[in-house]
Each structure stands twice: as C-alpha cells, then as structure tokens.
Design a protein around this ligand. Structure first.
Ligand code: DQA
Length: 158
C-alpha cells in the first residue's frame, strides 16, 4: 500500500470548540460585555474563519460542567486542539482544569469580555496555567484570534 503524503499534509487540522454555560443566551445577555451577536452568528463567524485557515471544526455549547469534561476526554483523540470558553467555570472549576491538564491536545482559553476589568472573582482563571494561550475582551474577535493562533501554533508544532 502506498501512502499519499501530499494528501496527508493537506488534511485540515481539527479544532474542537466548546462554549460553556449561559453562552446560549448570547445576543440578549449583557450585550455591553458579550456583544450583540447570537451564538449562532458567533458560530457562523468561527466557521468562516476556520474555512479560511483550512481548519476543520466541531462546535458545542453546554451548560454542564461534566459535559465539558466528557467532551475534552472523548474528543481528545479527534482534536488537534481545543478552544474553550468555560464561562463562569473558568473561575473555579478545578475539575475542568484537571481535564485540560490530563489530555494531550493543546487548549486555548477564550472570553468575549475582558475578565480582568470586571468583578474581582472574574480576574482569576483556574485554567489559564494549563492552556497554551488566552484571548479575551474582543467579543467575537477573541474566538477569531484564538483560531488564528491555533492554526499557526499547530503548523509550527506539528
Ligand atoms: C465569559 C466571562 C465569564 O466571567 C462569564 O461567567 C461568562 C462569559 C466571557 O466570555 O467573557 O459566562 O467567559
């Protein structure tokens, strides 16, 4: 059997994107912090950017901590990288932190709002140290910058 290396090299890199709790309410939830786009519009922008970067994506929103952990476990073999916005779990979920720490694909942390210019409890991210990068404060562009970062990170660290 011959292996077509050129085909292998052109296979899109795979990024699994997880939106955490309350992000299903984007569009109506505190637009000043989170922007006016609905989650569906945010996902459309993510998919467009992913196409331009030749990334294959899967996107899931869940309000449940255990589901986020299950997704990190179950998709760790499929994904070349994860992008995660864990919502309020960011600030206290050692279980999500441990899950990120336990898997091999790199994980990038994203927030729509600037968590460092809000209430004190939001200034702490318990997942920051186990993620390879953090993007925040640019609304939907936080996700788009994370995608660009992931594409260049995966290309330079195959
Ligand atoms: C958020 C910031 C969190 O503090 C908050 O609980 C969220 C959204 C953001 O995207 O800015 O739900 O992660």
């Amino acid at each position: 059997m011959t292996i077509d290396m050129s085909q292998q090299m052109n296979d899109p890199l795979r990024v699994f994107i997880i939106h955490g709790p309350n992000l299903n309410l984007l569009g109506s939830r505190d637009p000043e912090q989170y922007g006016t786009l609905t989650l569906s519009k945010v996902n459309t922008a993510i998919r467009k950017m992913a196409r331009e970067l030749n990334l294959e994506t899967r996107i899931i929103q869940t309000n449940h901590e255990g589901r986020i952990i299950d997704l990190l476990h179950r998709r760790r073999k499929w994904a070349d990288a994860f992008i995660i916005n864990p919502g309020a779990f960011t600030h206290y979920s050692y279980a999500i932190r441990d899950a990120i720490d336990a898997i091999h694909p790199p994980v990038v942390e994203v927030h729509l709002s600037n968590i460092y210019e809000r209430e004190d409890f939001r200034k702490i991210s318990v997942i920051k140290d186990v993620c390879i990068a953090q993007f925040y404060g640019k609304k939907v562009d936080s996700y788009l910058e994370a995608l660009e970062y992931v594409a260049s990170h995966l290309t330079s660290n195959p």
